[in-house]
Design a protein. Structure first.
Length: 376
């Protein structure tokens, strides 16, 4: 009897001990269990994004699309996530919202950097990127640039004197022909036009039509003199314009990142390119998006744009008629990832695992080829 009671006592004690240990273990097993319990019901997640073609775009119906968007939707479908999307104007604003835990996930062309990793958490990288330089390919032959080059070299001053000579020559020749040439038009308008034409022939061709027979041999010597003058004028104008255009082509163009010092550079506000421009001491201007930045480049407000290589390359390919070019080597290489607030352990782990599965299955590579072809 005593042995039976003792056995019951030990059994009760053992049960209490097991229950106590299970109670202690519950906090450590609760997080994975929480995700499993919610597997049947969609988990609501706030997702922020910034439009950056081809990674994040909106179609005519306002639907969220692009490479990063498609990748996120594939992840969300696999994890039974129901997303609410919020658009932000810049990457800086997007990451600030993540840091403040106003968002659960930030989706887009978001570079993983040391500074950013100190304030937000990142998933496994899913795209290799870096910076490149975009230039206006029309700039080397732009009339504005040639005009400015002629002014800086002092050629315009001599062109002005040539213009004065043409005007005075036209007036003088008009009075001369009205006095000595009986066939010269008597109306001033017609006479001035005839004289202007004759002066331009002298300037451009060195010829003086119908004047060589005037005054005999003196007239011929006079015509020969103007022939030399005309050839010299044409040679001077041609050589000056050619030298200016050559100088623009050699020293005025940006061919890569090594040419950026001393130039005015356009960057996206809050981007890694802005951080680099500030660190390198470049003269830079910030813009909210690619369209605004390209407008500034084409209007010569900046000499070049610096941004993520795939963004610039995609924009150039989609707008071949704008005369843009992406030049130089890839520099400041980085990787893209999705950003989450610190402490989102129940979300970042399954998202990262799902992302790794999509990379291993080849889905991410297929997306990249669909948007960029075989270039990446």
């Amino acid at each position: 009897m005593a042995n039976t009671e003792r056995a019951r006592f030990y059994a009760a004690g053992f049960g209490i001990l097991v229950g106590f240990l299970l109670a202690l273990a519950a906090p450590f097993t609760g997080q994975p269990g929480a995700w499993a319990q919610e597997a049947d019901a969609p988990r609501e997640v706030r997702v922020g994004y910034r439009v950056t073609p081809p990674f994040v775009t909106r179609d005519d119906e306002g639907r969220f699309t692009g490479m990063a968007a498609e990748l996120w939707k594939e992840i969300a479908d696999g994890l039974n996530i129901e997303a609410t999307y919020v658009e932000y104007a810049t990457v800086a604003e997007l990451l600030a919202a993540v840091r403040a835990k106003e968002l659960d996930v930030a989706v887009g062309a978001i570079s993983i950097t040391e500074d950013r990793a100190e304030v937000v958490d990142f998933t496994q990288p899913w795209f290799d990127s870096g910076l490149r330089v975009m230039v206006d390919d029309r700039s080397s032959s732009s009339l504005i640039n040639v005009w400015n080059g002629l002014a800086e070299a002092g050629y315009l001053r001599y062109y002005a004197w040539l213009l004065v000579f043409i005007i005075l020559g036209t007036i003088g020749l008009t009075f001369f022909d009205r006095h000595f040439d009986k066939n010269f038009p008597r109306r001033w308008r017609d006479g001035v036009a005839e004289s202007f034409y004759a002066v331009m022939l002298v300037v451009t061709k060195g010829s003086l039509p119908s004047r060589t027979k005037l005054f005999g041999w003196i007239g011929r010597l006079f015509a020969a003199f103007w022939l030399v003058i005309g050839i010299a004028v044409v040679a001077y104008v041609t050589s000056s314009v050619t030298s200016v255009m050559t100088n623009i082509a050699i020293t005025g163009s940006v061919t890569g990142p090594d040419d950026l010092p001393g130039r005015t550079v356009g960057v996206f506000r809050g981007s890694t390119a802005e951080t680099l421009a500030r660190r390198q001491g470049y003269d830079f201007v910030t813009y909210g998006g690619i369209e605004e930045a390209v407008d500034a480049l084409r209007s010569a407000e900046v000499d070049a744009l610096v941004a993520d290589a795939p963004v610039l390359e995609y924009y150039r390919a989609q707008n071949p008629g704008l005369g843009l070019d992406v030049v130089g080597r890839l520099f400041a290489p980085d990787k893209f990832g999705f950003a989450l607030p610190y402490g989102q352990d129940t979300l970042i782990y399954p998202v990262t695992v799902r992302l790794l599965a999509l990379q291993e299955s080849g889905y991410v590579q297929e997306l990249s080829q669909r948007y960029f072809g075989d270039e990446r």
